[in-house]
Design a binder for this molecule. Structure first.
Ligand code: HEM
Length: 254
């Protein structure tokens, strides 16, 4: 005789252990499904209801999610690299050589970090394009668009600051050229260059500054902004719907 699966589920989901963890029954009714989302720390970032078209890959290209995934890869692999890297001109170059040759998973972690950084620049740009093409920047989502633009700039600055850290010829000259460009800003050029490098030319002070920006300040600001970005998606009523034209939105239209 086949066991009655529904009866078994009923017994499990009514048990005290199940209730102490999940606080709702098995998610086989609309009510329990909503409660499952709302009561779970992991799931509550999702809204209880979403518009169907926003789930289509052809609508979002999944680029926001992919960007977030790459950011997480960068955080995890970056923390690993921090265990084996010191931002001093005596050690930086040799530490990277050691990562490539003798440290367990060193080459894998470094390459994952580099590839995720390159891919994130591409994915965040494609995400920006998608939002633009679907009109996701329009009211009421203008604020989230601006947060997005800041995230885009931060992504580029994070890539740039990471570039100096191996302290090889490529890194040294890329940073020299980049900060020279900043140095020709009208009126405040010299000051900007001095703030970036901490000296008149790229050297130990610049390395420490770029390191601090790369591992602490920029990722910290980015984490907070990503949190606000996700929270705003919920507060703006979920993802955009190009077909919805309310009276309010047509007001003042030419
Ligand atoms: C670290 C960078 C970023 C992350 C992790 C991120 C993540 C996300 C995610 C997961 C979504 C949900 C929909 C989707 O996946 O497409 C989203 C939506 C959105 N993003 Fe981003 N995003 C980032 C950068 C940007 C940039 C650069 C812009 C624009 C300049 C932007 C503007 C928006 C807007 C306006 C929405 C709502 C779109 C709509 O309602 O259709 N985001 N973002």
């Amino acid at each position: 005789m086949m066991p009655d699966i529904n009866a078994i589920l009923k017994i499990i989901t009514r048990s005290q252990i199940w209730r102490s963890v999940f606080r709702q029954g098995y998610p086989n009714t609309d009510e329990n499904r909503s409660k499952t989302i709302v009561n779970s720390w992991f799931l509550h970032i999702h809204p209880v209801k979403v518009r169907k078209h926003t789930l289509k890959v052809s609508y979002t290209w999944g680029m926001g999610f992919i960007t977030f995934f790459l950011f997480m890869v960068l955080v995890v692999t970056g923390i690993y690299l921090m265990f084996f890297y010191a931002p001093s001109i005596e050690r930086a170059y040799t530490d990277i050589q050691a990562l490539e040759t003798s440290i367990t998973f060193g080459m894998l972690m470094r390459n994952m970090h580099r590839w995720a950084a390159h891919l994130m620049v591409i994915s965040v740009f494609l995400h920006l394009c998608r939002v633009f093409f679907t009109g996701g920047y329009k009211r009421p989502r203008e604020f989230n668009w601006v947060i997005g633009v800041i995230l885009w700039v931060l992504t580029l600055v994070l890539s740039y600051t990471g570039y100096l850290l191996p302290w090889d010829q490529l890194a040294y000259w890329a940073v020299t050229v980049g900060t020279n460009i900043a140095g020709v800003t009208p009126l405040i050029g010299d000051q900007v260059r001095l703030i970036l490098l901490g000296a008149m030319e790229a050297g130990p002070d610049a390395l420490v500054r770029f390191y601090a920006l790369h591992i602490a300040l920029l990722p910290g600001v980015m984490t907070v902004l990503i949190g606000i970005h996700f929270w705003r998606i919920r507060k703006d009523g979920g993802l955009s719907n190009p077909d919805e034209i309310t009276e309010d939105q047509t007001e003042g239209a030419a």
